[in-house]
Design a protein around this ligand. Structure first.
Ligand code: UD1
Length: 436
């Protein structure tokens, strides 16, 4: 991979300085979905050969996964030096013909929990995988028991050995797998293992997120036989082999939602180019109740706020519910709303670490069990803040856009893990935001 200018070497600064009070106005291109790109890159393990991936976002989690695949023996080619950060990325070429190792290195998996997604495809292709127990964002316990139970149901054996999950299988066999909770990466890992298993598999209580559907549709193009994508019951007829394909990743609904909330906080109007409104029903409905005017078109969403921000209550839940990945941003918006709102987090425990930081701006928020209770204020005042995880860091930047004076957000490597050029894009539409 050449010219990866979003990684540490070329973006050494670790803080963002936001001067609040500017309205946003203009157009922003929405990038490819991080949470679709990661499983899609892992799916290239399933069939040796060359893949062309379009609309792959240039962000640290993607770079980490590419490095992981390279360490397993794949070859990536992605010339990032020729295309400016604000333009669509060039295609990523991935060749998995020489992929020969089934052991994922600890130093990469510890950086990013989603690297655990190599497990299913490695077992399917090699009958063996050794993957460290994952690290990643510190939001709740985040176990991987569903992934392992799923692989076991398909006939694999696993044990924990020196911090690694060591999985062995002599031919996976189709099975019925009932998930206790519709885990996104759990569904994806099991799906990627089941496509090459013998016979029929059914994943019940499967995740219905658009990113799972995108992965499944790519697998179908590769030759997999899958029915029920986007429903709680996915049926997979195993096939003997798959073939490499070209694929274009869906737009990032979380990035689109983040820009909608940004307009909510600053006022003004934004056109979100490439955004898919069909993936954002719950978000559009809540933001409309909060006083935003949202007009959806084909491949575009227009957002405007001119009146006051109304308080709304939100409960996160699996798709098609309100996404947990937009909860922190919604808390920031409600900190500026008229009146009281309650935001309940139902997907993860311990996902309110942004609240203490938002309080430093003067926000009136308290956390009771799984809810943030927010009494909105019309004015917050800039302060130094520390980002704690990916989506929390976005909420701090957004809150800073509305605050008086300067908000400095430290540790923004968390932000770079999952947003392609968020600061450049915000600057392009009128925000005062600098890397320092
Ligand atoms: C994915 C997304 C993440 C998003 C989350 C929920 C990717 C790369 N990441 O994470 O951005 O916030 O979905 O929409 O797509 N659980 C278990 N056992 C398991 C797996 C999960 O108990 O084996 C629990 C988790 O602790 C959590 C819940 O299930 O409480 C949902 O987690 P899950 O959907 O698995 O999240 P991820 O797939 O890790």
């Amino acid at each position: 991979m050449t010219g990866s200018y979003l990684n540490g070497e070329k973006r050494p600064q670790n803080a963002l300085e936001v001067t609040g009070g500017r309205r946003l106005s203009g157009e922003v291109r929405i990038s490819g979905a991080k949470n679709a790109a990661l499983p899609i890159l892992c799916a290239t393990i399933l069939a040796p050969g060359s893949y062309r991936i379009e609309n792959c976002p240039r962000l640290t989690d993607v770079f980490t996964l590419i490095e992981l695949l390279e360490r397993l023996g794949a070859q990536a080619s992605w010339d990032l030096s020729s295309v400016p950060l604000l333009d669509p990325p060039p295609p990523l070429f991935m060749d998995t013909s020489g992929l020969a190792s089934f052991e994922a290195p600890f130093e990469l998996v510890r950086k990013m929990r989603a690297s655990f997604l190599v497990l299913g495809p490695l077992v399917a292709r090699f009958g063996r995988a050794r993957v460290p127990l994952p690290g990643g964002c510190e939001i709740g316990a985040r176990p991987v028991d569903f992934h392992l139970q799923g692989l076991k149901a398909l006939g694999a054996q696993w044990e924990i050995d020196s911090g690694f999950v060591d999985v062995r299988a002599t031919g996976l066999k189709g099975a019925r797998i009932l998930l206790d909770f519709p885990s996104v990466t759990g569904t994806e890992n099991i799906l990627m293992a089941a496509v090459l298993a013998k016979g029929t598999s059914v994943i019940e209580n499967a995740a219905m997120e658009p990113e799972v559907v995108d992965l499944g549709e790519m697998l179908i193009k590769m030759g997999a036989r899958i029915k029920g994508l986007g429903t709680p019951s996915i049926v997979i007829e195993g096939v003997d082999e798959l073939r490499p394909v070209s694929w274009k990743i869906i737009p990032d609904r979380i990035e689109a939602g983040t820009f909608m909330v940004a307009v909510g906080i600053t006022g003004g109007e934004l056109g979100l180019l490439g955004a898919e409104a069909g993936h954002l029903d719950a978000v559009i409905s809540k933001l409309s109740s909060a006083g935003l005017k949202i007009v959806t078109g084909s491949g575009r969403i227009d957002v405007e706020r001119s009146g006051p921000i109304e308080s709304v209550d939100v409960t996160t839940s699996p798709y098609p519910g309100f996404p947990t990945d937009l909860q922190a941003q919604m808390v920031a918006l409600m900190a500026y709303a008229k009146g009281l709102s309650v935001i309940k987090e139902q997907v993860f425990e311990n996902r309110f670490r942004h609240v203490d930081e938002l309080r430093r701006l003067g926000a009136d928020i308290r956390v009771e069990q799984r809810s943030a209770i927010i009494r909105g204020r019309s004015r917050l005042k800039g302060a130094p803040l520390t980002a704690t995880d990916l989506r929390a860091s976005a909420s701090l930047v957004l809150a800073g856009l509305g605050a008086e004076g300067v908000t400095r957000v430290l540790d923004i490597h968390h932000l770079d893990r999952g947003y392609e050029a968020l600061d450049e894009k915000l600057r392009q539409v009128g925000a005062r935001i600098e890397r320092v």
